[in-house]
Design a protein around this ligand. Sequence first.
Ligand code: SF4
Length: 320
Amino acid sequence: MHDRIYSWGHSKRYNDYSNYFKSKFDQRIQKISVDAGFTCPNRNGTKAFGGCLFCDNKTFVPFYCSPDKSITTQLHEGKEFFAKKYKTQKYLAYFQSYSNTFSSLDRLKVLYEEALSVEGVVGLVIATRPDCVNKAKLDYLEELAKKYTIILEYGVESCYNETLALVNRGHTFEESVKAIKGSAGRGIQIGVHMIVGFPGEDRESIIDEADILSELPIDTIKLHQLQIIKGTKFAKLYEKSPNMFNLYEVDEYIDLLAEFIERLDPRIVLERFINQSPLDMLIAPKWGGLTNNEFSAKLDQKLKEWDVWQGKKFGTEREI
Ligand code: SF4
């Protein structure tokens, strides 16, 4: 018997990023992280000091990535690193740490255009907060998107304002919606980053986020389980009041994802489901070093067992 082919063009039970990404480019594309020395309004006092309670940017910065080096040097070092693994490829410069549109438009132009001038770089991935874009910046990115791949990744984190206030996020969900809608229709790929398992969010409210996000003009979602990382404010809270947190074990998280996926609009691409912080930085939950591939295999197995696919219940649980 042949596998069913879903509306996204393959037999995987969700619209996954690697297939989507391959279909967009005619060759291998590698993201290279660059640290341009940005900060974030939630850390430098513009909105707050100290940042989001879960924030620890240090856990996801590769070794070649440092604001002491120019963007060009970081990209060259990143290219050298990946050239050992793969022969031919093009690159996207990934402005990853902190809020990478939190500067004047003039400075952004200098930084982005330096990255785009490096040989082999065909576009930018820009991670930022929804309250760090405006019309002028989006107009500029729209112009760039006529020549390059431009991906904006918004840290939305939760659709609930009570949660955003609790984690000291410094912006509301309405600001996320405004930024996403303001970015749509400009040739820019729009991604959102969400964290699953904040205190106060129960299973039903998390699954409802699939309906809420399905109504927005987003292209991709990165989800990950809440992790308690050493040195963060959540680490202190966890030490004092562990019962405040409902951290997911792997199987429980997979069940939750299966229901989330079932409710999500099939046009939205799922880019990531888990976070893998360095084990020496991680306090909880400990998943025994489970790899991305092992996790995906478990998720695929669950979707098959439950006969669930992305969008199976899209639009059925909520008035749209
Ligand atoms: S998570 Fe992002 S927005 Fe929050 S403090 Fe860290 S860098 Fe700033």
